[in-house]
Write a protein that binds this ligand. Structure first.
Ligand code: RBF
Length: 350
């Protein structure tokens, strides 16, 4: 008994000594030099923040990091929806020389940043939701959207073949997107179809393009004509325009499975499955690495479910109250297989 206690005390002492030796919390340890330097970050939003979950989370991550680190300053710049102006806007912001780092997010940004980088060889760029390597000024992080689309497609497949209230008999699910780009065409739509076809190979995906990231009326019209054509479950990647799809689904009776964010409460019984993309967490971690001087430029990293940056929200009443037990059991088992790496697939090239 006493021997046991002595062991515990010695163990605790060793832990204390160890933690101060190996950089654990200790009153004497001075902050690392890097952490006292000012870090000025331009959070460059290619669009508008409101209504776009990836951008809302990008800003939230940068601002929460800055709030916890007084020497970190952030400036959020909303570039708006005219993509033809983005490069010029970014060039003049970088030309001010005010920012140590440009932090931005979307798959079209690497080429644009590479062009700006050529003119400003000391400027560093971090781009999430993008895949680009080989430029020593740029670091990228890609969410595995094939994987998220695969499991949301599997849920859509279970629903479209079910007896749920709004399920139709056509085995047709829908994907409404703002514009076509490689991540959408090569990862998200194929993943969504592949997931649904794991349930039933006869399921097809009806893909429609809005043409911009803000027109909710156009999105609503597309959704309406798709429902008439037999679509009963939608995925939507459309920023603020997604509201039009949600409204039409509520009015005419159809379901949505939602990428990236918990949206159950905005349409209970209609939005019946939500994925999550941990962009806020990723940004906080990246900025900690930047500040510690550990960030690798020139490289690209892909993150998904296994790494803890994508998942599905299965404990929300928007899911548990509206999706029948039988479907949830099948879907939850599939999600477990995804988490454990038991679902094999080849990630298509972008
Ligand atoms: N997603 C949004 O939520 N809002 C946007 O305004 C937006 N604009 C985009 C513009 C371009 C040119 C591209 C390629 C993607 C855009 N995305 C936008 C998509 C976003 O970056 C991401 O790929 C999807 O949301 C899937 O996670």
């Amino acid at each position: 008994m006493i021997k046991g206690k002595i062991r515990i005390v010695i163990g605790a002492l060793l832990l204390l000594v160890g933690s101060s030796l190996f950089g654990g919390p200790s009153k004497q340890s001075a902050p690392k030099a890097k952490e006292t330097e000012t870090l000025s970050i331009l959070v460059y939003i290619p669009g508008m923040v409101a209504g776009s979950p990836p951008y809302e989370q990008l800003v939230a991550g940068a601002e929460s990091f800055a709030a916890a680190h007084p020497q970190v300053k952030t400036k959020v710049y909303e570039a708006g929806f005219n993509q033809a102006e983005w490069e010029e806007q970014l060039t003049s912001l970088v030309a001010s020389g005010e920012y140590n780092l440009v932090l931005t997010s979307n798959p079209s940004l690497p080429e644009l940043c590479a062009n700006v980088a050529k003119k400003f060889p000391n400027q560093k760029f971090i781009i999430t939701d993008a895949d680009f390597s080989g430029n020593p000024q740029i670091s990228t992080y890609l969410f595995n959207q094939y994987e998220q689309s695969l499991y949301l497609g599997y849920l859509a497949g279970l629903i479209t073949t079910s007896a749920m209230e709004h399920a139709a008999s056509d085995k047709r699910i829908g994907f409404i997107a703002s514009q076509e780009y490689p991540l959408l065409n090569n990862h998200m739509v194929p993943g969504f179809l592949a997931g649904a076809q794991l349930v039933d190979p006869e399921i097809t995906v009806d893909l429609r393009i809005i043409g911009n990231w803000f027109d909710a009326n156009k999105a609503a019209e597309l959704a309406s004509s798709m429902i008439t054509a037999g679509v009963d479950v939608f995925a939507v990647i459309a920023g603020g325009a997604a509201q039009g799809v949600i409204k039409t689904a509520q009015e005419q009776g159809a379901y949505l499975v939602y990428h990236n964010v918990n949206a159950y409460q905005s349409a209970p019984g209609i939005i019946v499955g939500c994925g999550v993309m941990e962009q806020k967490k990723l940004v906080e971690e990246i900025l900690a690495e930047v500040q510690a001087g550990k960030i690798q430029y020139g490289s690209s990293k892909i993150v998904g479910v296994k790494e803890g940056y994508l998942d599905f929200i299965a404990d929300d009443p928007g899911y548990t109250n509206f999706v029948p037990e039988e479907i949830r059991a099948k879907f939850n088992a599939f999600m477990e297989d995804i988490r454990a790496g038991r679902i094999s697939y080849t990630l298509p090239r972008l």
